[in-house]
Design a protein around this ligand. Structure first.
Ligand code: N2P
Length: 364
């Protein structure tokens, strides 16, 4: 793993406007989801200026796709959000002949899965990266407030006000998104994270609400909050925290935990919005991301596993053998892929989140 440097969306924007005669490609991606030089390499190769901005949640991307005044050319929705976005006509079919790496480099297993549950015929999107959601812990601080024998073995412990009352002394962070937190609260309640029972979901909302007075909510830089000492526990995506642990001297003091009842395995897709202004270059950019060496550089830096099979040979051994990044078979058997929610369930979850976070909450 190499040092991860935050991409400055602002800097890219400034560059784009100073070169306003150049051809541009507008890419909207999750934070820290390419390598430091991926975009510059594409620009150097093609002469295209990339306007690159980042988001932190599926809710934010979804709103952007439905309301933004200026369209994006390439975006990265998680597969469970892709379903309703496809149904609502928000994406354009991919011209696979313009993405030659599609045929040679992608993991067929992922494509087969997308094809049955998400995107029949793999017409609109390709799997890009995947990962897990777990609990990242500052061991020393948690031992101080909880005692040396405490460890997180269940999601229930994380939502339990008795534990949170102690843990809040060193700081607890939850991800600020219903899509992220409610499946975990359902697991804590020993329900399926994909439950579509309104009673179950209401119970999950109530569980987060009871926990909410003891925690902070942030999606942005939760990994830095942990390693800088602002928090001692955060709900986390594996790659962000594992890359952050590698950057600090006392990396061994931190751990990424998947509790015994398992967790979420998410898959992020890449696609081209129906209103994209530059679909030609968008295909070229997607093909570039699927290049084995380009893709492996991304995986090595940001510590998320990829759906690009051909990249594996270039992934550093220390990354390949990291069980936080590539879960063991026993952990994998306890991971659940989120199902797409109906509009009614999405609405219920969003209303619940507003009741927890306040009516003026907006997704990061
Ligand atoms: C953000 C990557 C996480 C993506 N750094 C979650 N689907």
């Amino acid at each position: 793993m190499r040092f991860k440097v935050k991409l400055g969306g602002i800097a890219f924007l400034a560059l784009a406007s100073s070169l306003s005669t150049a051809e541009t490609l507008r890419v909207y991606n999750w934070s820290d989801y390419v390598a430091e030089d991926t975009i510059a390499q594409f620009e150097a190769k093609t002469g295209v200026t990339v306007v690159y901005e980042e988001y932190e949640s599926n809710e934010r991307l979804d709103r952007e796709l439905r309301t933004a005044s200026e369209a994006w050319d390439v975006v990265f929705p998680s597969d469970n959000f892709f379903v309703s976005q496809l149904r609502d006509g928000l994406f354009t079919p991919l011209k696979k002949r313009n993405i030659p790496h599609y045929y040679t480099n992608l993991d067929r297993g992922f494509l087969a899965r997308m094809q049955t549950d998400i995107d029949p015929g793999n017409r609109f999107g390709l799997p890009y990266l995947w990962g897990t959601t777990g609990i990242a812990v500052d061991r020393a601080k948690v031992a101080q407030v909880m005692g040396p024998d405490f460890s997180f073995t269940s999601w229930g412990q994380l939502f339990d006000p008795v534990n949170l009352r102690k843990l809040q002394r060193c700081g607890v962070n939850f991800l600020d998104s219903p899509d992220e937190m409610l499946p975990l609260a359902l697991l804590a309640l020993e329900k399926s994270p994909n439950s579509d029972s309104t009673a179950d979901i209401q119970e999950a909302i109530n569980l987060v609400k009871r926990a909410s007075s003891y925690v902070q909510f942030s999606m942005e830089d939760f990994e830095d909050g942990l390693t800088s000492g602002e928090t001692c526990v955060t709900v986390a995506w594996n790659g962000d925290v594992i890359a952050a642990f590698a950057e600090v001297d006392n990396g061994d003091n931190y751990e990424y935990v998947i509790p015994d009842e398992g967790s979420i395995l998410w898959i992020d897709m890449v696609g081209i919005p129906a209103n994209a202004a530059n679909p030609e270059r968008a295909h070229e950019f997607i093909n570039f991301l699927l290049d084995a060496e380009v893709n492996a550089a991304i995986v090595n830096e940001i510590a998320y596993p990829s759906a690009v099979r051909a990249a594996e040979q270039f992934v550093d051994p220390e990354v390949q053998t990291n069980e936080g990044i590539y879960p063991t078979d026993s952990v994998r058997s306890r991971l659940i892929i989120p199902a797409a929610d109906s509009d009614e369930i999405l609405e219920l979850k969003l209303r619940g989140w507003l009741s927890i976070r306040g009516a003026d909450w907006t997704a990061e």
